[in-house]
Design a protein around this ligand. Structure first.
Ligand code: SAH
Length: 210
């Protein structure tokens, strides 16, 4: 029997800690959340590999290291209100729920949203809400958000997301074209964006409209 718990511990050591992820809360959350529950049955034994994996509908669950970089940069301390765009499998949603909360997550594929909702409920996450819709519009009725995490690549930061970020809040978003994207950490300080350009990444595109 393939030992998924050992594989998870090994992932945290060899893919995260040795590459510089240091926030103990992020490392602990990634030790707790069973990534295998968020991938299709056929990929379970590959759940802790150093890569994205297919989750259906042409979408992917993000690489663990990239997820850790994004979470660490948000500096979540426990009670932040968080908006996630691109729920996908719900894996990052679960991690956000471990690190902060309440978490609002928007996914444009109804089938993926429904699967993620079911997985999150089965694992006992009660401080999350998964909504089907266009995440580029944000979620006005729950704004402002202390943190926003976008898991799909935008050509530019959607206006609504910037508007819905709280003063002092942080947003992590991949920005660029399909084959040249960079993660950006955007802070709202005195109403102005302070941008830190981070790693080069490759995410599926953020699609506006339905
Ligand atoms: N964090 C997720 C990544 C999923 S991939 C995981 O680890 O599983 C990115 C997701 O963004 C896809 O599921 C895609 O359908 C979704 N997406 C793309 N454009 C979107 C939009 N405008 N609004 C909401 N979701 C969107």
């Amino acid at each position: 029997m393939f030992d998924l718990t050992a594989a998870r511990q090994n992932m945290v050591e060899s893919q995260l800690r040795t590459r510089g992820i240091a926030d103990p809360r992020v490392l602990e959350a990634m030790l707790r959340v069973p990534r295998e529950e968020f991938v299709p049955e056929a990929y379970r034994r590959h759940a802790y590999e150093d890569s994205p994996l297919p989750i259906g509908n042409g979408q992917t669950i993000s690489q663990p290291y990239v997820v850790a970089v994004m979470l660490e940069a948000l500096e979540l301390r426990g009670s932040e209100k968080v908006l996630e765009i691109g729920t996908g499998s719900g894996y990052v949603t679960a991690l956000l729920a471990e690190l902060a909360g309440p978490v609002f997550s928007i996914e444009r594929h109804a089938v993926l949203a429904e699967n993620a909702r079911r997985t999150l409920e089965r694992l006992g996450y009660s401080n999350v809400r998964v909504l089907t819709g266009d995440g580029t519009l944000g979620l006005r009725e729950a704004a402002p958000f202390d943190a926003i995490l976008v898991s799909a690549a935008a050509f530019a930061v959607p206006d609504a997301l910037w508007e819905q970020l709280a003063e002092g809040g942080r947003m992590m978003i991949p920005v660029g074209t399909p084959d040249a994207q960079q993660l950006q950490l955007i802070r709202k300080i005195a109403g102005r964006p302070v941008v830190l350009v981070r790693e080069a990444v490759r995410f599926v595109p953020l699609i506006s409209g339905s």
